[in-house]
Design a protein around this ligand. Structure first.
Ligand code: ZN
Length: 154
């Protein structure tokens, strides 16, 4: 990492601290040429591989935006959305893979969303699973009912 002031390539770390539950490390550096200080941020990147093959960093905000669309008009607040996105991120991190196909992100959203709001879940699932007919909805609703029954009887 070059010094932003003099472009010198060597610096020494004077302080480092973990941010965001240890997923980000900030290092305070001192340039060994000009002595000025600057900060670097190091983050382990979870990459999402899109269908086109392009990768982009996993983004909790993007999950929130995607789910928020399905939740329009539903009694789901910002906090619940943030929590859901957090759960999605946790479950993706727990797979141990640094590169996740985008459809697996969708899959990781479905479970928590079903618990959060069933209507939003159906909307999201219809887009994600590309429902093409009323039968697709009927089947999904049947599964949803079965899952609710299982939950109530357990
Ligand atoms: Zn410098």
């Amino acid at each position: 990492m070059r010094c932003p002031f003099c472009r010198h390539s060597d610096s020494r770390v004077v302080d480092s601290r973990e941010v965001d539950e240890g997923q980000v490390i900030r290092r305070r550096r001192s340039c060994s040429n000009c002595g000025r200080r600057f900060t670097t941020v190091e983050e382990a990147v979870l990459a999402v591989v899109k269908r086109s093959g392009v990768t982009e960093p996993f983004s909790r905000d993007k999950v929130v935006r995607g789910v928020a669309r399905a939740c329009q008009g539903r009694p789901v607040d910002e906090d619940a959305l943030q929590q859901l996105a957090h759960r999605v991120e946790e479950s993706i991190r727990s797979t141990g893979c640094a590169e996740i196909p985008s459809h697996e992100v969708g899959l990781a959203i479905l479970g928590p969303l079903r618990e959060l709001d069933e209507v939003a879940y159906l909307r999201f699932a219809s887009v994600y699973r590309s429902f093409t007919s009323v039968e697709d909805f009927e089947k999904e609703i049947a599964d949803l009912r079965a899952a609710i029954r299982d939950k109530e009887s357990s």
